[in-house]
Design a protein around this ligand. Structure first.
Ligand code: NDP
Length: 329
């Protein structure tokens, strides 16, 4: 783990970056930038010794009153748009990011959290490589891919122009106890509410679930591989997880039978080719079945059976019954 650094984090109230900010606060000077509409989150960050600074990516206001001597930057904030505001979405994400990079041009490493949504995902089973065609579509939020693709371009350009060592990490699906819990918990809330979960007519949607414990551990590793020109790397869990398998796993852990709704409305996900990530930062540590069990035990302690169905557990060593019981409390 990284120590004694001065770290700037955007999106620090979000699902991905908040656990990183909290973990790094122990041995580093951590600053979080954001609008902090969630005052409780700001207070909780401050209580950990994290400095918070109000910043809106869409504002023209300069960052003059913010120190410049940050050593590491994690840029996780995103304006996903409302699905129609393409112009605003591009402006807010790119201009905010440009100001941030210029301000922190002397940093040792800048990490931009991008997304697998940038890929032109035509084939559900293809393992997307960093060099594959871009141009992702997201019918559920058409502005989102544009936000990420345009900002990736901006980040690559400024990394080169400023000589700022940079990593662009294309995140797959992050989940864990923090925030709303990520995609598994979004789906579980539907299950628990008796609502149907959309799945494809045939086969499954696949993804690489990445537990926030691995996000926290791998963030400094991604800083270590920052370079000029920018390093671009897929960032997902080692395992390929079928969304239908995920629903059934959560069903086994809770006794709540998922209502599968086969049709054309399922939100497509994608799986990554991990070659570059494995070369650069290595494997993940949290297996998805164990990670989902722990996440469920945190978010829905009253609904998780004390002893999950053994058939639904990982064969590997990463399912710790004691963790389950501890988080359950
Ligand atoms: P969240 O939706 O949980 O949080 C979004 C964050 O962005 C908040 O901290 C928010 O802070 C900040 N933010 C939004 N708009 C602005 C703005 N105008 N100015 C400043 N800050 C802003 O996001 P996640 O944590 O889920 O995602 C983090 C990153 O990871 C994003 O870049 C996303 O694209 C990417 N990603 C996430 C995935 C996932 O599974 N979660 C999957 C793939 C990619 P505040 O409201 O305080 O301003």
């Amino acid at each position: 783990m990284i120590h004694g650094k001065k770290i700037l984090i955007t999106g620090g109230t979000g699902q991905v970056a908040r656990p990183v900010a909290e973990a790094l606060a122990a041995g580093n000077e951590v600053w979080c930038l954001g609008r902090f509409a969630d005052r409780d989150a700001r207070k909780a960050l401050a209580e950990l010794g994290i400095r918070t600074h109000v910043w809106d990516m869409g504002d023209d206001a300069p960052l003059d009153d913010l120190p410049r001597d940050f050593t590491h930057v994690l840029h996780s904030a995103v304006h996903r748009g409302d699905g129609t505001d393409f112009d605003d979405t591009v402006r807010i994400n790119t201009t905010g990011t440009a100001r941030l990079m210029r301000h922190c041009a002397g940093a040792e490493a800048f990490l931009y959290v991008s997304s697998g949504v940038v890929y032109n995902r035509a084939d559900r089973t293809h393992r997307y490589r960093e060099t594959d065609p871009l141009g992702g579509q997201a019918p559920w939020l058409p502005t989102y891919p544009i936000a990420k693709i345009s900002t990736e371009g901006l980040v690559r350009g400024l990394a080169a122009a400023l000589g700022l060592p940079t990593t662009i990490a294309r995140l797959n699906v992050a989940y864990g106890p923090h925030g709303h819990g990520g995609l598994p918990m979004i789906l579980f809330r539907r299950m628990a509410g008796g609502l149907p979960c959309a799945v494809p007519r045939e086969g499954q949607n696949l993804c690489n679930l990445l537990h926030t414990d691995d996000v926290v551990r791998q963030t400094p590793l991604l800083w270590d591989v920052a370079s000029v020109p920018a390093t671009v790397v897929n960032w997902g869990g080692d395992e390929e997880v079928g969304i239908t398998d995920l629903l059934r796993h959560m069903g086994a852990l809770t006794g709540i039978e998922p209502k599968l709704d086969p049709g054309d409305l399922s939100r497509e996900t994608a799986v990554f080719d991990h070659t570059r990530r494995l070369e650069l930062i290595g494997r993940c540590e949290v297996g998805w079945r164990a990670g989902v069990a722990r996440t469920l035990a945190h978010h829905a302690p009253d609904l998780v059976r004390q002893a999950p169905d053994p058939a639904a557990q990982d064969p590997g060593p990463d399912l710790h019954a004691s963790d389950l019981v501890q988080e359950h409390r």
